[in-house]
Ligand binder design. Structure first.
Ligand SMILES: CC(C)(COP(=O)(O)OP(=O)(O)OC[C@H]1O[C@@H](n2cnc3c(N)ncnc32)[C@H](O)[C@@H]1OP(=O)(O)O)[C@@H](O)C(=O)NCCC(=O)NCCS
Length: 327
């Protein structure tokens, strides 16, 4: 199933039939398709047909520039049954991409490919990824290099749409070699945009709204894909408090939460770092595993301040318990 992914400048979302005209605008250009092995589109109807057939495959995404709100290219992961490297096996994928000429040279495709890599390894559970490019397509090989792929092998005599025979080079990235690059970005504008993620860590919106305006809000990304948030109250003297930390489903238990706490601790050297939470094994287990120890409690915090019973792991939250990093 394809989902919607967000990176700093892009949305990756399934193609829609209503995208046919925009697709045609870019895909009719002879500078785009032939380099990737497909013929330029000849009509809006043909583009519509491609959306209905080729682009409806799972894990195929329109690359939408957030700034203009429309697709400028396409990217996706194909699996062992639908791809063309002779070396691909079950459990591996091949990434394909293109972008319209006016948008070349801005790093959009590496940004999109990094998101696909994160999803492929962390959510789809693939063990390796391939990128194939035809001899001479330096732009495409640069994307693969920038995203950590290395040369694997070449296959000659590969026929493309117009009967021409070309040599195709294949680059490979193994899951084990993929170093996830976790980043925190301080959100200055429109903190509300992260409300859905904040609600994962604190389910009552009115409570999240109490601290959101005065907190430093960090967006967490891995490989360019936004995967979580962390809200930090910096107002205490010599003490900072984590008000909310959330990593989205599919990315949990992979060490991202621990990495975030480590980065926050490094950002506030010489400060006490504490976190308040309900008393449930999962979050308490998480903080303990990250070097925090119990420090205090506010009795009945959840029962007094929330307008409904908050149940986590089958337990109704009552007291707020504070844990503090043992530096
Ligand atoms: C709590 C949360 C932020 C942890 O993030 P994460 O990326 O999954 O955590 P990590 O993978 O870094 O976990 C580090 C260690 O914490 C412990 N831990 C994490 N989740 C745990 C759980 N559900 N139960 C028990 N221990 C857990 C483990 O020891 C883990 O190491 P391990 O996987 O090698 O055993 C994440 O699960 C989440 O977003 N949950 C929903 C929101 C929430 O409850 N936020 C906290 C309240 S504000």
């Amino acid at each position: 199933m394809s989902i919607v992914m967000e990176t700093e400048r892009l949305l990756l979302r399934p193609w829609r039939e209503s995208d046919a005209e925009i697709l045609f605008k870019y895909a009719k250009d002879p500078a785009v398709g032939p380099a990737a092995g497909w013929p330029p589109h000849t009509s809006v109807e043909e583009s519509l047909e491609i959306i209905r057939t080729v682009f409806s495959a799972p894990e195929t995404y329109a690359v939408v520039l957030k700034q203009i709100g429309e697709p400028v290219g396409s990217c996706g992961v194909m699996f062992a049954d639908g791809t063309h490297s002779a070396a691909i096996v079950d459990g591996e994928g091949e990434i394909g991409y293109w972008i319209g000429v006016p948008h070349w040279g801005k790093g959009y495709i590496p940004e999109a490919v990094n998101a696909l890599i994160a999803r492929s390894f962390n959510v789809l559970g693939l063990s390796a990824l391939w990128i194939g490019y035809y001899d001479g397509n330096r732009k495409s090989s640069r994307v693969a290099e920038k995203c950590g792929f290395t040369y694997h092998h070449s296959e000659s005599g590969r026929q493309v749409f117009d009967g021409e025979c070309r040599t195709e080079h294949f680059m490979r990235l193994e899951r084990a070699a993929y170093v996830t690059d976790v980043k925190l970005r301080l959100v200055h504008e429109d903190k509300e945009r992260y409300m859905d993620m904040l609600l994962v860590g604190d389910e009552q919106e009115s409570m999240a709204r109490r601290y959101l305006p005065s907190c430093a809000l960090y967006a967490v990304s891995a490989g360019g894909l936004e995967i979580g948030v962390c809200a930090v109250d910096e107002s205490g003297e010599g003490c900072v408090e984590i008000k909310n930390i959330a990593i989205i489903e599919g990315f949990r238990r992979k060490g991202y939460g621990r990495a975030v706490l480590g980065m926050i601790a490094d950002m506030y050297p010489g400060h006490k770092l504490k976190a308040g939470t309900g008393e449930v094994p999962s979050t308490v287990g998480f903080y303990k595993a990250c070097g925090f120890a119990y420090s205090s409690r506010v009795p009945d915090f959840f029962t007094d301040n929330y307008d409904h019973a908050i149940i986590e792991d089958g337990v109704q939250l009552k007291d707020m318990v504070y844990y503090e990093l043992q530096r």
